[in-house]
Structures are given as structure tokens and as C-alpha cells.
Design a protein. Structure first.
Length: 222
């Protein structure tokens, strides 16, 4: 009987001792691994900083200074707008050695041309009222705005020679020339003539609303 009691006591002592040994080892392990964990965290932080240096995120810093170069009062009557698509090709260093040294861009440009009358050019002597008739000499129609829509325009194809490097200025040149082609297309289609007609139609209604129902427009001869 006594042997059984001693056996149980021994087992209890062994169990308690084992528990304290495990807790001691666990605490020692955590204490020993703490410096390595700190080093690992510092290493990760350093890797993050290096990654930010090698691949920085672009930061836009606007200049707080604003320079106003010119202020003008505008009195422009816009009477017509053209939306034009133009395909343009520009090539550099072509010829016989084009496959080696050439650089070629096929560009699709979308642009807008607006024409009308600059009413600021209308002088008092250009309007005359007699016998119930208002005579108006309008300034000639002109292109007021022409611009390339960069959001809709794009490079459709670019062909660079085998041993050539793409010219960074070539796309700028093709955009500028496409803008001029869009303007030229609008002029050839008669945008100024139509702008003049639209302006006279609009101003006829405008003067009638002011109490001048009979309006005649005259133009400079020659």
C-alpha cells in the first residue's frame, strides 16, 4: 500500500518538475529568439526602404507661384466647330538604309477647329442705321481655336530600325504636324465661309430682337 502511495507521489513530483522545466525552456527560448526577431524586423524595414529608393512613387509638387502673362477681354462669337480625324505618317532617316536606321510613326490624330467672328474688332463706324435699315460691316470670319485632342489621339504603329534608337522628339513632331493638317483640312472644307454665314444668321435674329428687323451685312471688296 505504501509502495503505491510513494509511486503516485513520485509521478506527481515528476509531472510538476516536467511542467516547470517546459515553462523554463519556453521562456528561455523566447528570450533567446527576441534579438533575432528584432533583427528580422529591422531587416524587413531596411528592405522596404531600399525598395522605395529603387522604385520611388512619383510625387507631384506644384509650384506655388503663378505668373499671369497677359489678360485680354474677349468678344468672340463662335459660330461653327469641326471635329476632324487625321492619319499622319512621319519618317526619319529613311531611304535605302531605312530597315537599319529608320524611325517611322503612324499617328491617328483627333482635333477640333472652331471658327467665328471676333466682335471686338467691330467699330462704331461699321454700323449705320438709315431709313429703317441697319447696315453692318462685320469683321471677316477667322479660326479662333484649333487644337489636337491628346486623349483621343494615339500612335497606331511605330517602326524603328534594327540598330536605331527611337527618336524621343519624333512623336512631338508628328503631333504638331497633325494639328496643322487638321487646321488645313477644315480650311479646305470651307469652315470660314460657313462661319460667316452662321454669324450673319445669328446676328440677324439678335438685332431683330433689339428692334432692328431689317439688317444688311456688307463686306470689304477685294
Amino acid at each position: 500500500m505504501k509502495n503505491n502511495i510513494f509511486s503516485v507521489l513520485i509521478l506527481i513530483v515528476i509531472g510538476v518538475a516536467a511542467y516547470f522545466i517546459v515553462q523554463t525552456v519556453r521562456s528561455t527560448t523566447q528570450a533567446a529568439s527576441a534579438p533575432f526577431q528584432a533583427i528580422s524586423e529591422q531587416n524587413q524595414a531596411m528592405q522596404t526602404q531600399v525598395a522605395n529608393l529603387l522604385h520611388p512613387t512619383p510625387t507631384i509638387i506644384p509650384d506655388p507661384a503663378t505668373y499671369i502673362n497677359e489678360i485680354r477681354a474677349l468678344a468672340r462669337l463662335e459660330t461653327i466647330q469641326y471635329s476632324i480625324e487625321k492619319v499622319n505618317t512621319i519618317e526619319q532617316r529613311g531611304g535605302t538604309f531605312g530597315p537599319l536606321f529608320g524611325d517611322k510613326i503612324l499617328f491617328v490624330g483627333h482635333g477640333t477647329v472652331i471658327a467665328g467672328i471676333d466682335m471686338g474688332k467691330l467699330q462704331p463706324e461699321d454700323m449705320h442705321y438709315e431709313n429703317g435699315i441697319l447696315t453692318v460691316k462685320l469683321p471677316p470670319a477667322e479660326v479662333l481655336v484649333y487644337t489636337l485632342d491628346n486623349d483621343k489621339s494615339y500612335v497606331y504603329e511605330r517602326d524603328t530600325g534594327l540598330i536605331a534608337k527611337p527618336d524621343p522628339n519624333l512623336e512631338t513632331l508628328v503631333r504638331q504636324s497633325t494639328e496643322q493638317l487638321i487646321l488645313q483640312a477644315a480650311l479646305e472644307d470651307g469652315i470660314l465661309e460657313q462661319a460667316q454665314i452662321n454669324a450673319e444668321a445669328y446676328l440677324t435674329r439678335f438685332f431683330a430682337a433689339l428692334g432692328f428687323p431689317n439688317t444688311i451685312f456688307v463686306h470689304d471688296q477685294g
